[in-house]
Structure formats: structure tokens, C-alpha cells
Design a protein around this ligand. Sequence first.
Ligand code: FES
Length: 570
Amino acid sequence: MKEEQLRSSNWFGRTGKDGFIYRAWMKNNGIPGHEFKKPVIGICNTWSELTPCNVHFRDLAEHVKRGVLEAGGFPVEFPVMSLGETLMKPTTMLFRNLASMDVEESIRANPLDGVVLLCGCDKTTPSLLMGACSVNLPTIIVSGGPMLTGKYKGNSIGTSDVWRLAAGLQTGTVNEAQLHSMEDALCRSQGHCAVMGTASTMACMVESLGLSLPGNAAIPAVDAHRKVLAQHSGSRIVEMVRQQLCLSDILTREAFENAIMANAAIGGSTNFVIHLLAIAGRIGVPLTLQDFDRLSRNIPLLVNLQPSGAFFMEDFYYAGGLPVVLKELDGLLHGGTLTVNGKTIGENYKTAECYDRNVIATATDPVNTVTGLAVLKGNICPDGAVIKPSAASPHLMQHTGPALVFESIDDYKNRINDDKLEVDANTILVLKNVGPKGYPGMPEVGNMTLPKKILEQGITDMVRISDGRMSGTGFGTVVLHVSPEAAAGGNFSVLQTGDLITLDVEQRTLEVHLTEEELQQRKTAWQPLPPHVSRGYVQLYTQQVQQAHLGADLDFLTGSSGAGVSKDSH
Ligand code: FES
């Protein structure tokens, strides 16, 4: 590729005043003139001490830079908004689309020829990828990798245990002192959550889409192989620029279908659905909620990882990682899709070997024949809802019970442990107004903790329905992403305590036993909640966010504006 064909030459290749300005200020960091003739590689970094899962990313970026330099590129690292799952309030999902805008505009506005996205904690992967898709430069992803498995008194622990601890605190089987000592044991190293939660699901998503080098998803954050992969990725992106291998060359419809099938096999997070829909919307690939159900149906669960199974990401890596899973799906996947290393996904997984069948099962003898994800339809959710059957209780997969309705998260918190609450194991808990517009931001509260008096009976699961999301580390018979959400005024908004509801996962239905006339009658009296915020980003988000079945992106952000800049001189 000739120097003048590089996108960056539109800055650094200029003569006169503009070229002077573009180069002169960059030289304050000791950059010699010949560097400006090389492919400029942006390293998009979500490092932040407020995002503990990504706190090692400065070091990781140095290893990417080594690779870029080795291949003859010019690396430039730049920060973008970082979304730390554990600290940000009210929920990182509220800011996923905002961070994607930061990424998109930062890439387009600067003299970059290719981009390396450093992704880790849950939303840092979809937000970066969504933004990059709307520019469509050559792009490769390096994930930060999972933490080492937590160890407590000889036992392995992970993020999914947080939900068990929360229930134990309610019933008094766990006390604050025990909680504190487990706090010291859970997060043993740098990296993201060590179970097949959303961060691990996202890392598997990008690998199965073909956007990372093979093996990227599972290598622990602190394993030296993670640094080697980062260096190789740095070298490879320079080659991708020379070949002009852009995101849209890799993100085909077939690549999305591969990712959906792989997600079912790993028992990935339900958040996968909402993020993949948003990514598809940015790159212009048609994808619907029904595609997830259709493509997941015949895929057995192959990976025995928490929250659906027993093991942790570290074990997954030692067992061979995602390439082994993809190889097990050979014949179902589109093996000919292109990946960032220039080979097809089939060529990449061809040589994969499994080293532990307790962790990654064969397709003929799977961990569970129950698929990882099901899409429900019915009069409660005409546009869909999702459930993760592999994390649910088999005896509740077909269940009819009376609704106990909470109108908001505050209503739930105020009443859930009220001794007078009329509830038994048969009851279906319904939580409204935790959707994209209603909360706003669609938080991970869908796997609401059961009432204390139910937990005290030794019952650990009930059917729960909401328009919110669930942490990828959560589990239970939890119906999520009800669309339209309560705040949009659909049938879900008019459910009342005592209504009889039937969930039938096998039939993929979720119905309230009310006639269309009864629902219409209730809707005539329905009033929207008053707006939470009347300025700034949150107001923009609430007005423009799409419903969950469309990916909850802002409506004006779907699609791409490409890599061109309209006004390009000072
Ligand atoms: Fe960052 Fe779980 S809190 S991945």
C-alpha cells in the first residue's frame, strides 16, 4: 500500500500550514518525521482505576504497541469513556450508547488507519465495537482476559456466588464477617469476572465473530500468553490496514449466525442478545430476536462453566478455550467466514484440541441438551422476551401462577420482605419499569432476590418476569427484556397482582390469562410515569432509546457514517 493511500496521509502527508500543525504538535513527544509515513494504529483504551476489570490495560497496550512497531506501524494510544460495572450508577447500560459515541467520533476525527480495541468489563466490549462499526476501519479486538479463579477456604468461588451470598444474608445463613472474608478471596488477580458472565460472553462473542485472534476469549488476564496475543494483534492490525480488511468484510450475516450458535453452546449471558442486536444495527446486518431462538434451538450446552455449570474461565482456558467449542460445532457453523488473521474460522479451529472433557463436552455427549437461550412471545411480550433455560429450574419451565406485581424497583425493595406479603413458591414475581426508558437504562435487577419468607422455606427459585436485564453471572427461572417495556405502555404495563400467568419455555410462550378486550380496557386508564430527568444525556437517552428487541441503541445511532470527515482543514 502506498503511503498516500493511507487515511492518515490526509493529515500527516499534507503540505503547508495544515500539515505543519498536524505534525509539529505530535513531535513534542519525540516522534521522528519518518513515523508519519507509516500506518497509524489507534489503540482505543478503556483503562480506568474506576474500572477494576480493565486496570491492567496500560500494560496490555504496551504489548500491542510492540507488535505495531514490529510490523512497521505507528501506534497511538487514546482513552475513551470506560464503563466499570461494579461502581457506576445507576447502571452502565445507561452509558453504553454514550461510550459508543465517544469511540465512533474519536476514531473518525483522528488520523487513524486501523484500530485495536482493548475491551474487558461487560459494556466496554459492545460500546467499543458499536462505535468502531459506525466508522468501519480495519479493526481488531484484544480482550483483557478473566481473573484467576477465586479461592475461599479451599473452595473455588466466583461472581455467581454473590447471588447465593445475598440470599444467605437474607436468611441469616451468612453474616457480614463471612462476607468480608470472602471479599478478600473473590478477585485474586487483574481481569474481568471469572465465570461465563457478560464479560466472558462478550470475549467469546468477538472471537466467534472473527474479530480477535483465535484463543483470545479465555486466556487469563495475568497469563503471559495474553501479552503475546496482544503483541501479535498489534502486528496483525498493521497487515490488515495494508490489506484494507475492514469490519464490514468480517461482520457478515454468517459471522453473526456463528456468534449466536457459539453463544448457545457456551451458555452465554442473556446480555449477548441485546448487545449483538445493537452491533448488527451499526454494521447494517439484518438480525432479529427470532434469529437467536431459531439458531440456538439445536445447539446443546457444551461448556460446564458457572453460572450454568461448575467451572471457571481459567479452567476453560486450560481445557482448550473457545476454538474447541467451535470445532465441536463444525457442520453447524459457517466455517468459511473470514476472521482478522486472514484465515477462515474453520481453518482457525481445525487444529483445536480439548484437554479436559469435564469442562468442554463433546456435541454427542453435551453438558446439557437444554439450549442456552430461548425467545418467548405472547400477550405479555408481543415483541419478545428472553430466558436462559440452562440457568433455570427444570420444574419451572412450564408453570402457571398468580402474579405479584411490583410497579418499580423501589416498590419491590419496600415490600419484598414484608411479612404480610401474600406469596408462595407458586407465585410469579413481576417487576415493571426497569426497561430502557423506564428506569432509565435497563439495569441488571431482573433476577430479583426472593422474598425472605420464601428463602426461609428452603426454596431457591421462582419464576420472575421483568423488562430489565440480569447479570450474566445470575441464574434462575428469570424472564427478561420484556418488550414493549412497561414505560412504553404495552400489555406488560397493565399487569396486576393476582393475574394468572403461564410460562411455557418449550412452546416459547408467555401469556397472561386476560382477553384482548380486558387488556385494552386497562390500557385506556394507563398513565406514563413522569420523566426522571429533564436535561442532559439522560434526557436524550430516554427520548431516543429503542426497545430491547432492537438492541436498545439510540435510534439516531443505528447505521454507519463511515470513515470520511466532511470538513478537513483548520
Ligand atoms: Fe467487570 Fe464483572 S465486574 S466483568
